[in-house]
Design a binder for this molecule. Structure first.
Ligand code: ADP
Length: 412
């Protein structure tokens, strides 16, 4: 009996010790697991562990490694997503189910005119646009164009996210697109308007000639002259339109070279000689022989013909046009001055616009297309130059341009 009691006591003592050891090991394991939660780089120490505790420790460690790998992958994806989003020109805003911002990229921040992160803030507190509220609150993917307060005209597309709780907004600045649409509409309307008159004259003259006027010795030649003048006018408009469209499309090939200003000017003068003689306008040139610019010679000729022709066309009969050029730092300033009626302040800054005329009837009567100066501006700027207009004293206008000066080496 005593033997049985002793054996029982021994078993009980062993069991108590084993439970105590297991409890201590389990506590250590729990502490080590909590350490991993606090610092994901830590691991359960298993060097001195044995048996089941070692297996459990290893299993917890491999779980911790899996979690760390997933966490790194998630972090990488998030960084990638943020840099892709920040590289977009479109604004991106992600909202949660309470319309709070969970993500917004740089472009969206710029469009909303905010510098801070805004993450966690309700979007509609910052952007008070009823169209935006309506868009966000609709339960389907939709889009709307709206004016952001203090921001651009914007096309907003809302896409529901998975589970339809939140949504992602894509914002596109459409200010330039809408402006270009208006410019294109105006341009088409202007072109039609410009073409209508010469086409109508050509048709009317041709019909009158066919109806018998061709045999009339007085009316016949007049009508034929009208046909010719208006056909010429159409050809001029079409040539200018073609130049502009080639310039717009970047198909007007400019071959920049060192060009002597005086040489090109003399060549340009031959194109306006007849007109100048007809109006008895004197064109005086004062340009140093050695002055050269970096320009495309054909483009520079076209620019000078346009400006000198305008001077001759708009100054009074018996008037004067002066063409001068001087070096000014790294540039050359070329001026075409006239002593004509000048251009009123309100028109001056607009004369480089397509089809803009300060004096429409005078321009048409002189055979102008209203496109010359816009071509001049395009060409000068394509060659890295500047162009402008100032009033001349005591009367008339000064059209000036600056082009990069060509440095010519003088050999002894
Ligand atoms: P246009 O073919 O009508 O001459 P441009 O584009 O060359 O077209 O010029 C635009 C307008 O600027 C002209 O219609 C004219 O009203 C004005 N303009 C241009 N040059 C002169 C000038 N030297 N003197 C007065 N007005 C000018």
């Amino acid at each position: 009996m005593i033997d049985v009691l002793i054996a029982f006591a021994l078993v009980s003592a062993t069991a108590v010790v084993t439970v105590a050891v297991m409890r201590r090991n389990l506590r250590r394991l729990t502490d080590a697991t909590l350490d991993i939660l606090r610092d994901h780089k830590r691991r359960v120490p298993i060097a001195s562990a044995t048996g089941g505790m070692r297996d459990l420790g290893q299993w917890i460690n491999s779980l911790a490694e899996d979690v760390e790998r997933s966490r790194d992958a998630l972090l990488h994806e998030r960084t990638l997503l943020a840099s892709v989003a920040d590289g977009l020109t479109q604004g991106v805003i992600a909202l949660d189910d309470e319309r709070r911002i969970t993500m917004l990229n740089d472009a969206a921040r710029k469009m909303l005119g905010v510098q801070s992160s805004l993450v966690g803030e309700p979007l509609l507190d910052f952007v008070r646009a009823p169209e935006l509220r309506e868009l966000i609150e609709r339960d389907i993917d939709a889009s709307a164009e709206l004016q952001l307060p203090n921001g651009p005209r914007t096309l907003v597309r809302a896409a529901r996210t998975f589970g339809r709780a939140g949504c992602v907004l894509l914002l596109e600045d459409v200010t330039t697109m809408r402006r270009l649409e208006t410019v294109r509409r105006d341009f088409v309307a202007n072109v039609s308007h410009e073409l209508r008159t010469p086409v109508a004259v050509i048709r009317a003259n041709a019909e009158t000639l066919m109806a018998g006027a061709k045999d009339d010795p007085i009316v016949g030649p007049k009508l034929i002259d009208g046909l010719h003048r208006n056909a010429e006018r159409l050809a001029r408009i079409l040539a200018d339109l073609l130049d502009l469209s080639r310039l717009d499309a970047g198909q007007y090939r400019l071959e920049v070279a060192t060009v002597p200003v005086k040489g090109v000017t003399e060549q340009s003068l031959t194109a306006v000689e007849t007109q100048a003689q007809k109006r008895n306008v004197t064109v005086a040139v004062d340009i140093p022989d050695a002055l050269s610019v970096r320009a495309d010679p054909k483009a520079l000729d076209q620019i000078l013909v346009n400006l000198i022709d305008n001077g001759v066309k708009y100054t009074h009969p018996d008037g004067h046009v002066w063409v001068e050029a001087r070096a000014s730092g790294d540039a050359v300033r070329i001026e075409v001055r006239d002593d004509g009626p000048g251009i009123a302040d309100k028109h001056r800054e607009r004369v480089f616009e397509r089809f803009y005329r300060a004096d429409p009837s005078r321009s048409r009567e002189a055979g102008g297309t209203g496109l010359g100066l816009s071509i001049v501006k395009h060409l000068v700027e394509s060659m890295g130059g500047e162009v402008g207009v100032e009033p001349n004293a005591p009367r008339g206008s000064i059209f000036w341009l600056r082009l990069p000066r060509a440095v010519t080496t003088v050999t002894a």
